[in-house]
Design a protein around this ligand. Structure first.
Ligand code: VGL
Ligand code: ZN
Length: 238
């Protein structure tokens, strides 16, 4: 006959196995030949001293440098606006930065002038040092259309990135960079919509957090099926 103690021990062991994934013991992930590290907008404009500095934004750089060697494929993005871009508050008389206006394609947060094409402010950070990146994709270069997403501009025109990744057989996208609640989140959500598996490496990102945007972005990403991981979840294969 099964004694009471053994019954409870067995029950507890089974319960703890069932609960483990929920407690956040993520299985290690080993990036392989079908995976790409997508480093979003690590540019002077979003770093301390830049025109749209993200608090603690430079903290992403050592994390990205530590995980980059795990990836065979790396793609960088660069926010690349025309002077007088439609996303700048200065282009809308009387409008203050960090307010929202309505443009032809929908709501648009109005930003301080930032990442203007060809300026030192728009340059990728010298500290990032990722010479092996195979593609630098510029976004937001159309005067009247913003593009938080690396895949689709705000009016849903493709940047070509999905086709590029598909042609190269890349299926899983690991995102890092700035800012979590805008370019990282929109890129991750569009990646999943376009059939890629998307992972956001949370300690390799920092957010702007205007009007609750950071919490909303994490909720939207979870709803879209984006996986939230930490850099420590990544391991060398084998
Ligand atoms: C970004 C706001 C405006 C970003 C770009 O890279 O997240 N945010 N432009
Ligand atoms: Zn921008």
């Amino acid at each position: 006959m099964l004694d009471r103690r053994r019954f409870w021990q067995g029950g507890l062991a089974a319960a703890s196995v069932l609960c483990l994934p929920r407690l956040g013991f993520a299985a290690p992930i080993s990036p392989g030949s079908k995976d790409v590290l997508l480093v979003i907008d690590v540019q002077n404009c979003f770093l301390p001293g830049g025109t749209l500095a993200v608090a603690d934004g430079d903290a992403v750089i050592p994390v990205i440098k530590r995980i980059a060697p795990l990836f065979q494929n790396i793609v960088l993005t660069q926010d690349w606006h025309t002077p007088g871009h439609a996303s700048f508050a200065s282009s809308h008389p009387g409008a203050a930065p960090f307010t929202v206006t309505h443009l032809a394609y929908g709501d648009q947060v109005l930003w301080p002038d930032h990442c203007v094409q060809g300026t030192a402010d728009a340059a990728l950070s010298d500290h990032l040092d990722l010479p092996k990146a195979e593609l630098i994709l510029r976004t937001g270069y159309r005067q009247s259309v913003d593009s938080y997403s690396a895949f689709l501009e705000a009016d849903h025109i493709s940047t070509g990135l999905a086709a590029y990744l598909q042609q190269r057989g890349l299926k899983r996208v690991f995102l890092a960079g700035l800012a979590t609640d805008f370019c990282v989140a929109w890129s991750a959500i569009d990646a999943t919509k376009l059939g890629f598996k998307a992972f956001v490496i949370e300690d390799a990102c920092r957010g702007i957090d205007t009007n609750g945007s950071l919490a909303k972005a994490w909720a939207d990403m979870a709803k879209a099926g984006v996986q939230r991981i930490k850099s420590d979840d990544l391991r060398v294969a084998g």
